[in-house]
Design a protein around this ligand. Structure first.
Ligand code: RB5
Length: 148
């Protein structure tokens, strides 16, 4: 799968680990940065990953900051992005099955590599259920269209 990944400084270490994990698993991973520990602003990377997903350059996005929260808020400002902050694999599964989430955000200061790997495995490997959930996701998309 084509995956766009990004982080701020607080998510840098976990982003590097997740990037290596996904690459080793055979995914086509594009890293939009950051590339060092210096302090940066997370919305810049949320925007880059969000735009990659909405344009179709990537099928899914992964963002890491300290809490995952700012990344989710920022990424969801990009029309077409459905970003979710996820702390465990079960929530990742629900975000895919019911919400057709296309970006997952991770908390670099709260979870370790093993948890992050289990989350991204499920996030990339779970299909959207469609059906009644598609109607609801369409209503989310309509909210995007209202502000464009
Ligand atoms: C950076 O200190 C921190 O605010 C950021 O990584 C993130 O947690 C914001 O939501």
């Amino acid at each position: 799968m084509r995956v766009s990944i990004g982080s701020d400084h607080a998510g840098f270490a976990l982003k590097e680990q997740v990037k290596r994990y996904l690459t080793d698993a055979g995914h086509d991973v594009t890293d939009v940065g950051t590339h060092a520990e210096e302090s940066v602003d997370y919305p810049d990377f949320a925007r880059a990953v969000g735009e990659a997903v909405v344009s179709g350059a990537a099928e899914r996005g992964v963002l890491v900051c300290g809490s995952g929260l700012g990344m989710a808020i920022a990424a969801n400002k990009v029309p077409g992005v459905r970003a979710v902050q996820v702390m465990d694999a079960e929530m990742a599964e629900m975000a895919r099955r019911h919400n057709d989430a296309n970006v997952v955000t991770l908390a670099g200061r709260y979870i370790g590599p093993a948890r992050a790997e289990s989350i991204v495995d499920v996030f990339l490997g779970t299909e959207f259920e469609g059906g009644r959930h598609a109607r609801r996701v369409d209503k989310i998309t309509a909210l995007d269209e209202r502000v464009q």
